[in-house]
Write a protein that binds this ligand. Sequence first.
Ligand code: SF4
Length: 454
Amino acid sequence: MPVAGSEIVKMLPGRKPCRDCGFPTCFAFAMKLASAGTTVDKCPYLSDETKEKLLDLLAPPIKLVTIGAGDNAVQIGNEEVIYRHEKTFVHSPGIALLISDKDDDAKIEEKIKKIKDLQFPWVGVGLEADLLALRFESGSKDKFLALVKKVYDSTDLGMILISEDMDALFAARDICADRHPLVYPITKENIDEAIPKIKENLTPVGLHGHSVEELVSLTTKMKDAGIEELVLDPGSDNLLDAMRDQTFIRKAALKQGFKPLGYPTIGFPCFIAGDGLKEMLVGSAFINKWASVIVFSDFDRHSLLPILVQRLNIYTDPRFPMAVEEKYYEVGEPDEYSPVLITSNWALTYFLVSSAVEATKIPAYVCVKDAEGLGVLTAWAAGKFSGDSVGTFIKKSGIGDRVKHRKLVIPGKVARIKGELEDALNLEWEITIGPRETTGIGAFLPGFAKQLKG
Ligand code: SF4
């Protein structure tokens, strides 16, 4: 639950107004703190005790946890709302592929290759799985450590280390500690033995309880030991229980502000489901119901892509349409006689247009006008794709320096801006009305490009 500025101000020194924090009054500083617009350390007059209290009050209701390092670090948690439509979800769940040390070498190689190869370009973003979950099942510590070493040496991915044997678990952690792996499962049976080992080389910790209640005592013990990067597994062994437990944890953290459950969660479709399709469906439910890491026993291109697209859709901020930057883009290697087309900056529109142009194999310039992420017709109706504003953009875009001709193709759906656009461009550009739909670009562009060259 967010803390109010009026609560914070009661804890501030109230030095009339010294402004050393950069704000005119303590109250202004408090309001900014409450909205996460500044940090506690900006006021130099807070006692250590007050600072600690404030940091605790201002901490996000679900702790931020990072698994992995560098470009492949997966951040989870830090969520603020139960339902996406209330604001937005912040950190999309890490998708993990399970490898057992019982798998033979060929299978291990295949899975490592798979997670590297399965990458999907999708409306301007790259979709891919993020993590490898390595499980000790063989009974041979050496075999497990060899698997961890192999994955550590051959990928840059973050790892989840799964072992009930504590010696094997922490020996594996030491191999890849700089990769910030998640060590799992820490339970009520092994927590006392585990805490000193965890503290030797701190990385995120996966807690496994037989119930949500059991998790509360585990997180409390961990926090008392100064270990806070925690990920919760309530031990649900079927889909219904899993959804119930995920909901309970999320609501306790966000609605009640119950700190012992204020951590991201992990879901294991690989252990809950019995077959491939069921496993993907369970994983899909975990995406909807807040799991922050989801572990699959296997996937292929056909089963992974829908999961990744679902994750993208759920974790895209609903307040802002997906948009691309306003500028002209080159498709292929256009020259000074290549066609110039214009469209709006809704990501889907841009990628449909540029893909259609690319499919013709005719190099071209696609100018993208900022329309606040709206499609062309909606943007025109909202006054964001008028002849005037398109003309202003074309003049400042620099596209006139890239081509010798002065012919601009506008989408057929906004043919009505032609006259206004010609005026805005001082009649220096000839406006051609292009196809109404991107599917028409294939038939339109070759003939148009021929005219320019001729
Ligand atoms: S620096 Fe501290 S005491 Fe001074 S105005 Fe800011 S909040 Fe108040």
